[in-house]
Design a binder for this molecule. Sequence first.
Ligand code: PMM
Length: 279
Amino acid sequence: MGVVNVTPDSFSDGGRWFSADAAIEQGLALARRGADIVDVGGESTRPGAQRITSDEELRRVGPVVAALVEAGVPVSIDTMRAPVAALAVAAGALLVNDVSGGLADPGMPGLIAQTRVPFVVMHWRGPSADMQHRAIYGDVVSEVRAELAVRVRALTAAGVDPAQLIVDPGLGFAKLPDHNWALLARLGEVGVLDGLDAPLPVLVGASRKGFIGRLLAASDTEPRPFAACDDATVALTALAAAAGAWCVRVHAVPGNVDAVRVAARWRQESAGSRQESAR
Ligand code: PMM
């Protein structure tokens, strides 16, 4: 999944694709470079970000979604608002990616039940403006799984089919760096939720996030700038895909596409050798 943030202030690419023309060009380029789906978002969710109006969000994403669909690009809409999701799906978006997992807008679960599109349920504890105050966990992996299971129950109670759902640990959303690393190291557990017969597919959004910059901080402890974190993002993509992630959401596509292919071959081989040794 390649990212196009049609925002002036997202932390990783803020402002670069704010005009519709630039965003459309970037979406087309991501698809050409191998993204299976292009995620279009109009509202920044960086820590401290303030909400924008629904009209403004629609003004930002509407023309971009329409043009990418028209060009044959598979599009997902990154929004917490049901009316924005509804218009994007009507325009041809194939997936709704909601960082609030359907919590921010009470209309979202019904819309997802009605449209039957795949829905990304990200772990979220509240709006970005003050989310880092909520980064308090005992065992972060168990708590994220339990809170995701609550969201999944609410969505299925609204008529959503569990087969539509993808879960996401929400790296950086009410998480400190240690929480993000714990979730990544135990990624295989994230989709295993109480009340479901089978694990749900997992999406990982680690690309260019601050915890990578902190890990790679220079000796003066200044975090590495986000744009210099792409190699480390590729490393995380390989590890996440080898651990069974269904999708990675990234800003720079080519290296990540290669990492996914390497991990797929790796998983194929290890599945084969497990079968051999079981014989
Ligand atoms: N992160 C951001 C935005 N949308 N969606 C999902 N499903 N998972 C994420 O981790 C996620 C997201 C914020 O990152 P950005 O500003 O680089 O887009």
